[in-house]
Design a protein around this ligand. Structure first.
Ligand SMILES: NC(=O)c1ccc[n+]([C@@H]2O[C@H](COP(=O)([O-])OP(=O)(O)OC[C@H]3O[C@@H](n4cnc5c(N)ncnc54)[C@H](OP(=O)(O)O)[C@@H]3O)[C@@H](O)[C@H]2O)c1
Length: 243
């Protein structure tokens, strides 16, 4: 199956991480679909990708973080694109430093868990059946780390949310050891930015997108966690396919 026959659903594709992935996938000839709650973010994404690729990008307004919203988005998606062969999930938010736990409310923690963990679970439950039994398919999670680097004053709830998403991905690997679809994860232990908003040690979202695209293109690993601590580590993901 050539890249042009493959349709990748990029969950979170309108975000900082996701937009780099979407652009890289389109540049390699894949068809890509993105669901976002915000039509203006989708417009921004359309103007960000190369003009000769725009026809290969399908955008749908929807909320994949609720069971009802995810089912509605799935129906709209299948009507538009017919099939999904691959999924990349980078749902969540870029950063959270709301303060130490005693200054926070239950609502704050609920928001963190809803955006990081619950949207990842609910969308996985809705969309995984589309690719689960196909050995030519991939499902790739992009998560943050939850180690020492993240835990600094005021980031506690981010660590709680990131840790729970990591645990969820581990649970999937353990519960579905034999699933035909290739199930992989990139665990990013550093910041990710657009070329205009970079800081020392950050990953350029376009370089990250290239690494994710090579993983999706190759389909030769499953149940693997690629840990990315610095930009050089992305090369490992890309080069492993050329060994
Ligand atoms: N940015 C970083 O520095 C960094 C570093 C390490 C790891 N990561 C990982 O990458 C993930 C994404 O980060 P990011 O920087 O790309 O965040 P972002 O720019 O805020 O984008 C997150 C995306 O997730 C989507 N999303 C969240 N809940 C949703 C829902 N219920 N329904 C539909 N879409 C939903 C948002 O969609 P809408 O368009 O609908 O708002 C948005 O497009 C993080 O959660 C983290 O695990 C990021």
């Amino acid at each position: 199956m050539s890249n042009s026959d493959r349709v990748v659903l990029a969950l979170g594709g309108a975000g900082t991480v996701g937009s780099g992935v979407v652009k890289a996938l389109l540049d390699k000839g894949f068809k890509v679909a993105v669901i976002s709650r915000d039509s203006s973010r989708l417009e921004k994404l359309r103007s960000f990708v190369s003009s000769n690729n725009k026809n290969n990008l399908t955008t749908i307004v929807g909320n994949v973080g609720t069971e009802e919203g995810a089912e509605q988005a799935k129906e709209a998606l299948l009507t538009e694109v017919g099939k999904v062969t691959d999924i990349v999930s980078s749902l969540g938010f870029s950063w959270w430093q709301g303060g130490p736990p005693h200054t926070q409310t239950l609502k704050d923690l609920q928001w963190v868990m809803e955006t990081l963990l619950l949207s990842t679970f609910v969308s996985w439950k809705a969309f995984f059946p589309l690719v689960k039994d196909n050995s030519d398919s991939t499902y790739t999670f992009i998560t943050g780390g939850a180690g020492e680097k993240l835990l600094m004053p005021g980031t506690g709830f981010l660590t709680v949310g990131a840790a729970s998403t990591l645990a969820f991905c581990q649970v999937l690997r353990e519960e579905y050891p034999e699933v035909p679809c290739k199930l992989n994860q990139l665990k990013i232990n550093t910041g990710v930015g657009t070329p205009e908003r970079m800081a020392p040690g950050y990953l350029n979202h376009l370089d990250l997108g290239e690494a994710v695209t090579s993983l999706v293109e190759r389909r030769d690993t499953s149940h693997t966690v690629f840990t990315i601590n610095c930009p050089a580590d992305l090369k490992t993901v890309i080069l492993e396919g050329n060994l």
